[in-house]
Design a protein around this ligand. Sequence first.
Ligand SMILES: CC(C)(COP(=O)(O)OP(=O)(O)OC[C@H]1O[C@@H](n2cnc3c(N)ncnc32)[C@H](O)[C@@H]1OP(=O)(O)O)[C@@H](O)C(=O)NCCC(=O)NCCS
Length: 173
Amino acid sequence: MDPLRISLRPFKLSDVDDFLKWASDDRVTRYLRWNTITSREEALTYLEKVAIPHPWRRSICLDNRSIGYISIRPGSGDDRCRARVGYAVSSEYWGQGIVTAALKMAVSKVFDEIPELVRLEAMVELENKASQRVLEKVGFLKEGLLRKYGYCKGEIRDMFVYGFISTDEISSN
Ligand SMILES: CC(C)(COP(=O)(O)OP(=O)(O)OC[C@H]1O[C@@H](n2cnc3c(N)ncnc32)[C@H](O)[C@@H]1OP(=O)(O)O)[C@@H](O)C(=O)NCCC(=O)NCCS
């Protein structure tokens, strides 16, 4: 995949049809906190009410068409130094290095764009090896195992916690 074809930008309502293509796939949403989107109307409402107003949510684009997302949600109050990272890409494009490239772009920008931010963290299910690999390729550190950390699709799950501090180096591999 030519990295020049990949870009990040805010979502637009006109992304609805491209968004629905990947957001309606249970394989894509399996490890996400949000549920599979099942209609164009629901997709429009999600873009309008969730994706567009989000403090830092970007569409991962291939040739400027939405094929996935990265979200970085800063905490508030005493938690404003850290933000939770989430991402997904259309299953059509898995294994081509797209999310690794996109997450590197996001990490390289977000500490400048949100000056109070010092730490990014990602919680990953134990069996989600592809996501763990992405985080390791970007330069996140696996910091530990959080037992019975939270619900995912109705079940309380153990999760690995990965962290990246503003002074860490994005991996060049
Ligand atoms: C996880 C996900 C984001 C990865 O995106 P991607 O663009 O395919 O990732 P990349 O191609 O950049 O890297 C994937 C890496 O995982 C590896 N991988 C994939 N499946 C694997 C598996 N079952 N076991 C071990 N490694 C695996 C790939 O080989 C690749 O590593 P490599 O470059 O060393 O070969 C994508 O699969 C996805 O959207 N999944 C559903 C949503 C999700 O799980 N989001 C994360 C929630 S924490």
